[in-house]
Design a protein around this ligand. Structure first.
Ligand code: FE2
Length: 563
């Protein structure tokens, strides 16, 4: 009798709802979430077969006292039975002192993912965590994570972030994810979007010769497609290592759903009958599928139970830095450049009504900037902010990237006006999306009241990073051609606020934030083989209160500088 009670109890006390993925992304939006009320009525038959943790572990969105923990289990055979998972988190130097723990259920309805929030943690503290199948020794790898300092507290150390964008599985190896883990060189990771790409093999990156064929090998549209693609990413050893070792902050960009998307469609998937016939789903359904899979597979906290799709959020780290994570892509973006309408978008790019973020997000962002008491304001967002004339790249007659902030100039001006009018110091914008490195000083589009040689008149800086593995902006172009174009872009008069451009390298950058200065260090690396070797391609620093890059620029080993 005792033995059978022992077997049953953990399942009885394990909770559906403590697995946040049954609410994914919000219990107030049943079209996105699981009907857990029905689930809770069904017989709790626990799966007795063997279970593997093939997708590693991950943590994310740490607060001073909490962090999201993630894993996925794989039953040896397909089953409709539930799997009970036990988790625990403990401090670095005292494994026997469990800080928080629990039992949760998972099942096929959430693709066997597990996402929980660990609470009652101490601030700025390293923790380890693990999962196991209840009452078995089937155990996950042990993950490491770290909480952030309490809001307003003095932060006793500089904080380092690895910053990423555009991780394209068939396009190359994810060395960029593994290297900071191998160096143990950062505390936290920021991913600015395009964690996955939606394409079939060969459409944008061909993994045939490196055994990296995307799964499923078709363009993602259904829930199963996006889950399968995300699950495959979690099997990559470099990505697993990064997730296992660092807490992540992630936002999405277009390819997490579909190329050059906006709030109601994308380049390949306008909301029309032809696209419906092609993909078998409407764009709205496809978007809901991708969003649900994103929440299931990434250690991201649901910001608001009443606001579908909201991933824009603020993280306050002591009194050192406030990080504003924006959604310029899927939340409220007006129509973007979908390749067939470039001239039209160019013609309306200055229209006052055009917004990347929507009124509610814009107001939250400007209020947050103006009310911030932190030394630094870091804006983690998807697309290149500075106005960069790219005519010299010679790609499809583009003059500007109208899918970036240059297609929404009045929105950019509203950001700049907020910074200038309120005299907000120490703003650093982080950008991805372009698969190239761009370092700029923030100034009005016409560069009025800005001295390019000294940086006087600028109101902040932008660090835009290249892709983890996605190809350069002109697919197939030789390094020679890309460098030739880069040199011309740097020397274009209207680009005088652009200080460094580099179009050849794949990689990432590390951002170190301290009270006196912030430093961005760029790394380039090879993606055609698994390797830990990398080159430091550039380093730029910003002194507190200066709102411009520190001169003279030095240490640049790739790309071109404007001095
Ligand atoms: Fe991308």
């Amino acid at each position: 009798m005792k033995a059978s009670l022992f077997l049953v109890l953990p399942v009885v006390y394990a909770s559906w709802l403590n697995n946040l993925n049954y609410l994914s992304p919000s219990k107030r939006h049943p079209q996105f979430s699981i009907e857990y009320r029905h689930l809770s009525k069904r017989d709790l038959v626990s799966f007795k077969g063997s279970v593997e943790f093939k997708h590693g572990v991950a943590s994310g969105d740490p607060l001073p006292d909490a962090v999201i923990l993630w894993t996925k289990v794989t039953p040896a055979t397909e089953t409709t039975e539930t799997i009970c998972v036990e988790w625990s988190i403990f401090p670095e130097h005292n494994p026997s002192r469990i800080a928080d723990s629990g039992h949760v259920l998972t099942s096929f309805e959430v693709d066997y993912t597990v996402k929980v929030e660990a609470r009652n943690l101490c601030s700025l503290t390293t923790y380890y965590y693990k999962f196991n199948v209840c009452n078995t020794n089937q155990t996950s790898p042990i993950g490491r994570t770290k909480t952030v300092p309490r809001t307003g507290d003095h932060v006793p150390q500089n904080l380092k972030f690895a910053v990423y964008s555009c991780s394209n599985y068939p396009a190359g190896f994810f060395n960029a994810f593994g290297n900071p883990a191998r160096k143990d060189s950062v505390e936290y990771v920021i991913h600015l979007g395009d964690y996955i790409y939606e394409y079939k093999n060969g459409d944008f990156g061909d993994g045939t010769n490196i055994s990296r064929i995307p799964e499923p090998n078709r363009e993602c549209a259904t829930l199963s497609d996006y889950r399968t693609r995300l699950a495959q990413h979690h099997t990559d050893p470099d990505l697993q290592l990064s997730h296992q070792q660092f807490p992540w902050f992630i936002i999405w960009d277009d390819h997490d759903i579909a190329d050059n998307s906006w709030r109601a469609g994308s380049a390949n998937h306008p909301e029309n009958a032809t696209a419906y016939a092609k993909y078998g789903v409407s764009y709205a359904s496809r978007k809901a599928n991708a969003v649900r899979a994103f929440y299931e597979y990434l250690p991201v906290r649901q910001v608001s139970l009443t606001d579908t799709l909201r991933i824009w959020r603020t993280l306050q780290i002591g009194d050192l830095v406030d990080i504003f994570f924006l959604d310029t892509r899927h939340y409220a973006r007006e129509i973007t450049d979908t390749y067939d309408n470039t001239e039209f978008i160019a013609a309306i790019a200055d229209d006052q009504s055009r917004t990347l973020m929507g009124q509610r997000q814009e107001e939250w962002f400007y209020d947050g900037l103006m009310m911030s008491n932190a030394t630094w304001k870091v804006v983690a967002q998807q697309i290149v902010f500075a106005e960069i004339n790219i005519t010299e790249v010679g790609y499809q007659n583009y003059t500007f990237d109208f899918d970036g902030w240059s297609g929404y100039r009045s929105n950019r001006d509203r950001v700049l006006k907020t910074l200038y009018d309120a005299k907000i110091n120490n703003t650093i914008i982080l950008s991805g999306d372009s698969h190239a490195n761009w370092v700029s000083e923030l100034t009005w589009s016409n560069n009025s009241d800005y001295d390019s040689s000294t940086g006087e008149g600028a109101i902040g800086v932008e660090f835009a990073g290249t892709a983890v593995s996605s190809p350069p902006i002109v697919p197939g172009a030789s390094d020679l051609l890309l460098n030739f174009a880069t040199q011309k872009i740097i020397n274009t008069n209207s680009n005088e606020h652009l200080k460094w451009a580099e179009l050849v390298q794949r990689g990432y950058f590390e951002l170190e934030i301290g009270y006196d200065s912030s430093v961005a260090t760029y790394f380039g690396l090879n993606v055609t083989e698994q390797t830990s070797s990398e080159v430091q391609t550039a380093q730029f620093s910003v002194l507190s209160g200066e709102n411009k890059l520190q001169r003279p620029f030095g240490g640049v080993k790739a790309g071109f500088l404007r001095t």
